[in-house]
Structure formats: structure tokens, C-alpha cells
Design a protein around this ligand. Sequence first.
Ligand code: NDP
Ligand code: 2IT
Length: 447
Amino acid sequence: MLDEKLEPIFADVLRRNPGEEEFHQAVREVLDSLGAVIAKHPHYAEDALIERICEPERQIIFRVPWVDDRGHVQINRGFRVQFNSALGPFKGGLRFHPTVYLGTVKFLGFEQVFKNALTGMPIGGGKGGSDFDPKGRSTGEVMRFCQSFMTELSRHLGEYTDVPAGDIGVGQREIGYMFGQYKRMSNRYESGVLTGKGLAWGGSRVRTEATGYGAVYFVERMLGTRGQSFDGKKVIVSGAGNVAIYTIEKVAELGGKVVACSDSNGYVLDEAGIDLDLLKEIKEKRRGRVEDYAKQRRAGATYVPGGCIWDVPADIAMPSATQNELTGRDARTLVKNKVLAVGEGANMPCTPEAVRLFLEAGVLFGPGKATNAGGVATSALEMQQNASRDSWTFEATEERLAGIMNGIHDRCAEVADEYGSPGNYVLGANIAGFIRVAEAMRAFGVV
Ligand code: NDP
Ligand code: 2IT
């Protein structure tokens, strides 16, 4: 049940944003946490502050024409939702996936506002992307698409305005093509306009690893509250992209064993523990599938086409693929299999029913906006290095990341305690993020 002051706000969000289910879901989850805040501090419900936070500052939709290898003209749709700049320039990734529509970008942008606030760094929230499908496209096609996309997007960016990065379907290769086009059009080497860059051209060490590593640090700290750790634990990680790969790497470093990972076609089960060198070779170099991993794994691994990775018994689950990939049914299976902790490496991978079931069962649950904040936090460190024309060592950067993740964990835990729900990191993350944004917006007056 929503607080009675928040009900009309949510009704208005539904009315103004028809058909954008993921956006409704993300807003609903935050509003569910805010009842306790406005009961304690009624001033946060004044001056339509919450209504303003639910409305993006600016939404840009544009045509992206490009020519494929056969000489045919293709049209995609590009988006950038500049959600909230109270704490700094808009900051958040770009997603290229055929399912992307305005509702996807708005849900991601909304989550990003609170996530970025939680990092404690000077970054606002935004997100963008396109319904372009990179699968099966040649390097030349991807380059031409990125150039056309940036030709339009560039007029809305700037190191003090809006700073995109990667997300699903956008990694260092795509950031390179977009940075190259931006540089050419602006005639400026404005390093701080994009993050996730290559090390030779303004990137930060640890940015590639940051989201996965950060998620593992967060879960390790949650486990610590119960005297536990990753050491000796069986772990399952969905996805096989950037976040999944570096989650697997850090879990192994901390003594855990990842026995399964997946892609949208199926999952692979490898009881000996995922061979990361092989997985990286297949995913990062050859851009292949997890099925190829199973075929090439000498020690033997099983590929389960169309299978559900959450059926694999494990102590810890780290959903790191996409939104709503872990349902109520899956949560019941995991709880039955005595899962100890679930950390969301992806954005909103667990459905609201799944989250409720985990919390009711006393499973340690790390919500995405806290658990996966290491990626954007390291993007902010990349911006710092660009602004000071400096470049830090791997060790120094990783230490900063670990400190930020521990800080986010402790702040969420402290706020959950303060609001009478110890151990509820969902409530802690939503409230802690909200308060930081709300304080800045109140200071600015009606903007
Ligand atoms: P990648 O593109 O590198 O990898 C995505 C992985 O998820 C692939 O294995 C992909 O499989 C799978 N996947 C994507 N869409 C679907 C779908 N509809 N159904 C099933 N599987 C799917 O992306 P990232 O690793 O960067 O991102 C993964 C998640 O982490 C996303 O939710 C993203 O928003 C979030 N995130 C990313 C950050 C970053 O820094 N990159 C930071 C914070 C969060 P397939 O190849 O079959 O499509
Ligand atoms: O969801 C996310 O936090 C990201 N995709 C990373 C955003 C960023 O700006 O680094």
C-alpha cells in the first residue's frame, strides 16, 4: 500500500507515461520507500518536490539513419533522457538493444538518479540508447551507426552538461567510435564528455572491471554482517557480458566458485568453476555465445539451451544480464535451495515479487542502484582524472572503488536502521539516494 500522499503522485506518473511499464515499476519501488520519509520529514512532500523528481528534466528522441554493408539505408531511433542534474551533469550509460524504447530509457534514467546520488559523487542522472541491434552487424556497420548516433546526440552533451558511457551493447569499441565522431565535430579533445574510454585515449584503469568488482565488494560486505564471506561459496551469475565477466573474476579472487553463467539463449553449467580465460576469449575477443564456451571447455561443461539459470542450486546469486530476468518463481526456487545472498549486478533484474520474497525470507538482498554503482562511480573517477589531466594506477583506483562501495553499503544499512527496517537495503538505498537529491533541489527553489 502506498502512503496516501504518494498515491496521487503515482497515479499521475501512470497517466503521463502510458505504456511505460518498466518506468512505472521503478518509480513505484522508490515511492514505496518514501512513505516513511515524509511521515518523519513532511517538508519533503512540499513544493511538488517528489512530482518534480519523477519528471525528467529533458527527453530527446531522434532519427538515426545509416547505411548497411549492402548499401541499404537503415533507420533506428535514438534516445537520451536527461533526468536530473541537481547533483552534477547528467551521467549514465547508453544501451543498444532491439527492445529499447522510451520506457526502458526512462526507467534506467530514474534509477540512475538515485544510484549516482548514493555514490556521493557530483553526478546527476541520465540514460540513453537506441533500438539498434548490434548482433550480427559488421564492425563497419557498428561504426557507421555510432557516428550517425553521435552526430545528433553531440549537440546535447558536454563535460559540464551530460556525460554518457556504456551499457548493454555498448563497450569500449562503441565509445571509441562515438568519441572519435564527437572530437571531429567539436574540434575539441574534450576527454570528460564520455567515460569508459580506452586507456590510451583518456580512459581510467578499473573502469572495465568496476561494475562487477563493485558488486562483489558490496555483497562481500553484506555477507560480513552475518560473519560470512565469498570464500568457499557456490555462486551463479547470469549474463556473460561486461558486468558478469568481472563479477566472476572478483568472486574467484575472493575464494568463491562461479558454476554457471548465461546469455539470452541459455546457460552453461561448469561444476569445476567457470574458466575465465576461455570465457573472456569467447566473449571479449570473438564476440561469441556461452554455447561456444561449453563446446570448447576441455574439462567439460553442460550447455542448457533455453534453460533457467536460477534452477541451479547456489549460495549466492548475482543477476547481471537485464531487467526482470529473475521472477517470483525463480525467487521461490532460490529460497528453497537456501540462497544466502542476492546482489543485483544488472539494473532492476528482480521483479517486485522476487524482491519481496527475498526480503520476507531474510535473504541478504543488494538492490541494483546500490550494488552496481561501482561502474558509474569509477566513471566519475575517470572524469576526475580527465579534468586534472592525470591518470591513476590500477591499485589506487581500485582502492577508491572499494572505499566507495563500502561507503554505499554502510550508508544504506545505517538508513535502513534509522527507519526501523534493519537489513533492508532496498529501503536504505532509496531513502539515502532520495535525501541527497531532494536536499539539493530544495536549495535551488522551484526548478
Ligand atoms: P553487455 O552487453 O556487456 O552484456 C549483457 C549480457 O546480458 C549478455 O550476456 C546478454 O546476452 C544478456 N542480456 C541482455 N539482454 C538480455 C535479455 N533481454 N534477455 C536475456 N539476456 C540478456 O552489458 P553489461 O554487462 O554492461 O550490462 C548488464 C546489466 O548491467 C544491464 O542491466 C546494465 O544496465 C547493468 N549495468 C551495467 C553497467 C556497466 O558499467 N556496463 C553498470 C551498472 C549496471 P545476449 O548476448 O544473448 O544478448
Ligand atoms: O547503469 C549504469 O550505472 C551504467 N551503465 C554505467 C553508467 C556510467 O555512466 O558509467
